[in-house]
Design a protein around this ligand. Structure first.
Ligand SMILES: Nc1ncnc2c1ncn2[C@@H]1O[C@H](COP(=O)(O)OP(=O)(O)OP(=O)(O)O)[C@@H](O)[C@H]1O
Ligand SMILES: [Mg+2]
Length: 428
């Protein structure tokens, strides 16, 4: 396996793939990354629609070095696999080693080049210096008949540390570029690239993806811009969510993506000091003060509170690159949770208790979202109405009554009543 110390970086802009510059690594022993540098191509910014790839990569002709606190520039960090992708990659390399293959120990820089180019998030692509093939060339398979059951079985065995070579290959090793912690794979359905979110043993008795799909349905009814997908439940198994890739156009072109963590240049994705008010400032700045985007964010937060979506870290928000700049990506990874008070979520403002967020805090912050009293009331009402129908929607998704009972704390009637009271006060 060939590892690289420098990579040519390309980006797709408006359907055209252009060379953006070169990224290099400095290692501090083995493949342990100590820092990196990036130089924009002289001609890159003369391309129509070219943009700075990352907030820490300003437009300059000289070389930019990553700071001492972070070895990779933010936008590239967004492209390294998270827990799931890394575990799958490492397992495959370890298994190769066991059968005597001379497989190197890899680090953060290597994940960029090892991850599949075909399924990589966003519009950035890599090639070896002067090379003519994309890194890596792992092909995303077409979903076969019974393919979901095969993926589900492989992911379950992987979570139980019982995956064999075939399972690892099926899960996309070593090239998986999957972000996030849940089991997932990239596959094509009818030729179209999809992200498949698979059942996880960590869900216990719950059908986790059926709940994510329920949240998607409710969010759609609330008029939120949310990712779309199809729920598939092979006989006798838990559900898989087959998601459209929001970073690809219908014709398969790539759309630039950065996470909220990158946009706000935060030290890590769970960073708790940044609040939703701070994020509203960021959305305001990146979208050129687009009031609709701020209203959308206000509604997403209301939804998050009303369904107790606690895993709303800064990599679970992001932006897509459009012709006119950045705009919020569709909402994704929004899930109801029955855990109350035990997990720290994002704060709405600095006075808010992140373990027990309240609609009242959001209303108190309405100015940060550019909303008048009336606007805030209407926005809240648009979210509250569908959330109140959650049992009907969950039933239509096929979730059993007993499971609904265990999820009920997520849909707090106390918060719903507060929202109702606030709506009446704000609209009066
Ligand atoms: N529909 C989509 N199209 C393109 N990229 C997506 C889509 N949904 C999610 N992503 C990207 O994939 C990453 C992982 O997805 P997601 O957050 O749903 O997974 P997860 O394993 O549930 O994450 P977490 O670790 O936050 O629980 C996201 O951070 C986002 O960058
Ligand atoms: Mg996530």
């Amino acid at each position: 396996m060939k590892l690289f110390d420098e990579l040519d970086v390309y980006v797709e802009v408006g359907g055209l793939t252009v060379r953006a510059g070169r990224l290099g690594a400095s290692f501090v022993g083995g493949r342990s990354l100590g820092g990196s540098w990036f130089t924009y191509d002289q001609d890159y910014f003369s391309v129509a629609g070219a943009y700075e790839l990352s907030p820490d990569l300003p437009r300059t002709h000289s070389r930019t070095y990553s700071g001492p606190d972070r070895a990779l520039f933010f936008a590239f960090q967004d492209l390294t696999p998270d827990d799931w992708g890394r575990m799958v990659m490492r397992a495959k390399l370890a298994s190769d080693r066991q059968v005597g293959l001379n497989t190197p120990v890899v680090g953060d820089f290597d994940y960029l080049a090892l991850a599949s180019d075909e399924s990589r998030l966003g519009a950035i692509r890599f090639a070896s210096v002067g090379g003519s093939t994309w890194l890596s060339e792992v092909t995303v398979p077409e979903l076969e008949v019974n393919g979901l059951a095969a993926f589900t079985g492989a992911a379950a065995r992987f979570e139980e540390h019982e995956a064999d070579e075939r399972d690892l290959m099926l899960l996309g090793a070593p090239g998986t570029s999957a972000g996030g912690a849940r089991p997932k794979v990239a596959a094509r359905v009818g030729g179209e690239l999809k992200m498949l979110k698979l059942p996880s043993s960590r869900d216990g008795g719950r059908d986790g993806e059926a709940w994510e799909f329920t949240a998607i349905q409710l969010a759609e009814q609330a008029g939120l811009e949310v990712q779309t997908g199809r729920l598939c439940r092979p006989a006798g198994m838990k559900s898989t969510l087959v998601l459209y890739r929001f970073d690809r156009t219908e014709s398969g072109n790539r759309i630039g993506f950065i996470s909220a963590r990158t946009a706000m240049e935060l030290p890590d994705h769970t960073f708790n000091t940044a609040t939703y008010e701070d994020f509203a400032d960021c959305v305001d700045m990146l979208t050129g003060g687009d009031r609709n985007q701020l209203r959308e964010l206000f509604k997403r937060i209301a939804f998050t509170v009303l369904i107790n979506n606690i895993d709303d870290h800064w990599k679970n928000h992001g932006f897509l690159r459009g012709e006119c700049g950045w705009r919020l990506s569709p909402a994704f990874d929004v899930n109801p949770s029955p855990s109350i008070g035990s997990v720290s979520s994002r704060q709405i403002n600095s006075k808010d208790d992140p373990r027990k967020r309240s609609i009242l805090s959001l209303v108190a912050s309405k100015d940060a979202f550019g909303l008048s009293k009336g606007d805030a009331g209407h926005a809240l009402a648009e979210v509250l109405a569908p959330v109140r129908t959650w049992e009907k929607v969950a039933a239509s998704v096929g979730i059993a009554e007993a499971e609904m009972k265990s999820m009920a704390p997520a849909f707090s009637t106390e918060q719903q009543q507060l929202a109702e009271r606030e709506i009446a006060r704000l609209i009066a």
